[in-house]
Design a protein around this ligand. Structure first.
Ligand SMILES: Cc1cc2nc3c(=O)[nH]c(=O)nc-3n(C[C@H](O)[C@H](O)[C@H](O)COP(=O)(O)OP(=O)(O)OC[C@H]3O[C@@H](n4cnc5c(N)ncnc54)[C@H](O)[C@@H]3O)c2cc1C
Length: 374
């Protein structure tokens, strides 16, 4: 129902071909054996998939948000871990650099990301609920101390955009600053052990520790104390990618369940011929169309304005991921006991979708935020 333009459809088709050629074959093996997709990511980097939003001037692919989201969705149908890694690199790191970085930062980070040589991540969440990672002036440099947790791709990434605070007596959002940290070459930066997760097993999340890390002013992304807007703007875009990933997972679950329902006979009747089952598939078909519409409509309306986009992206993230989760739940049910056996694609999809109503802002929190505006 969403009306993609011809150019967007071409990108979607090329992503589908890429998935068929380089991603689908090893997706179950990578995820079931918790293998990081080193080779696939290298290939995607060479093909420009780590520079989806980067202007051609910096040798990037220069896509609009809808096209980039379409690519993430196509990849998620096959491998949600890989889709989330791409979303983090493109939306969580490249986007804020592109939007708020200086010319020198553009030259330094965008060219390397576009070429697939480097990648960055987005480090916001901390073990406690408020931001305590603190940046303080200290002689010649600024000094950073604190801990970020559950950060996607921390064990492998080159750079992180990090949300930091200070001691000023103002609300948290007004004292946040965003800094770019070189994770591999900065004394005092330490990456924790990769966590064992329930799903999305081909990506790694870990803690990042900052112990008296010295940074100079070139590390600031945007102005000091303006990090709140940068974080919100980036989180809004990440929420669109959360929708694209959840949609991809749910669509794949639907396809898997439909194929099984056509094949599996209860006595001599294929499951899909039973009216109750067929009606449930009709329901899911309609629901998938609704969440697809919501995902790409939200992507097409993205204005790059932190607070103006906030409600749209929060509502879409909440509704799309919750609906996708319930679709995956029913699709697993269609497989009966076989759905519960490890190693089946449907079982992986069920575990992967579970992360999507949590990461990027859990559903209850999003509802609380939305409720504030009522
Ligand atoms: C696979 C994965 C990848 C991740 N990647 C990243 C990353 O790259 N960068 C990053 O910064 N973070 C990342 N995270 C962290 C993720 O964003 C957080 O886990 C998520 O936002 C929830 O925060 P929390 O875990 O601190 O839960 P809490 O904030 O402790 O919330 C726990 C529960 O309390 C309830 N709750 C919380 N707040 C409210 C509220 N305001 N109103 C009502 N109920 C509420 C909800 O039910 C919620 O689920 C990742 C997490 C996972 C699982």
């Amino acid at each position: 129902m969403f009306k993609f333009n011809n150019e967007q459809l071409v990108f979607k088709e090329s992503a589908r071909e890429l998935v068929e050629k380089h991603i689908e074959k090893g997706a179950n093996e990578r995820n079931n054996n918790k293998l990081y997709p080193t080779e696939v990511l290298k290939k995607l980097g060479e093909l420009g998939y780590k520079g989806l939003l980067i202007p051609e001037y910096y040798e990037g692919t220069e896509l609009d948000i809808v096209s980039a989201s379409l690519i993430i969705y196509e990849v998620a149908k096959s491998d949600a871990s890989l889709a989330h890694l791409l979303a983090t690199a493109n939306f969580g790191f490249v986007y804020p650099i592109l939007r708020y970085g200086s010319e020198a930062q553009h030259e330094k980070y965008l060219r390397a990301c576009a070429a697939g040589e480097k990648e960055g991540i987005f480090a916001y969440v901390e073990p406690q609920t408020e931001i305590k990672t603190i940046l303080q002036p200290g002689g010649e440099a600024y000094v950073l101390n604190g801990t970020k947790c559950m950060i996607t791709n921390a064990p492998y990434a080159d750079y992180a955009m990090v949300a930091v605070t200070n001691h000023q007596p103002v609300p948290e959002m007004e004292r946040l600053t965003t800094v770019i940290v070189d994770l591999k070459n900065t004394p005092g930066v330490e990456i924790g052990k990769a966590e064992e997760t329930m799903g999305l097993n081909s990506l790694k999340i870990a803690e990042i520790f900052f112990n008296n890390v010295e940074l100079d002013e070139d590390s600031f992304l945007g102005e000091q104390n303006q990090g709140g807007d940068i974080i919100i703007d980036t989180t809004n875009l990440m929420r669109i990618s959360n929708c694209a990933i959840a949609l991809g997972i749910a669509e794949r679950a639907y396809e898997e369940a439909l194929a099984y329902a056509r094949f599996r006979k209860i006595y001599s009747t294929p499951l899909i011929e039973m009216q109750a089952i067929k009606h449930n598939f009709a329901d899911m078909k309609a629901e998938l169309e609704v969440i697809k519409l919501l995902t790409f409509h939200t992507a097409s309306c993205f204005r790059q304005k932190a607070w103006e986009d906030f409600d749209n992206c929060a509502m879409a993230k909440y509704k799309v991921t919750e609906k996708a989760k319930s679709i995956c739940d029913y699709c697993l049910q269609i497989f009966g006991g076989y759905g519960y056996i490890q190693g089946n694609t449907i079982e992986r999809l069920y575990r992967d979708i579970r992360a999507m109503t949590i990461l990027g802002g859990d559903s209850d929190r999003l509802k609380s935020f939305l409720a504030m505006g009522i």
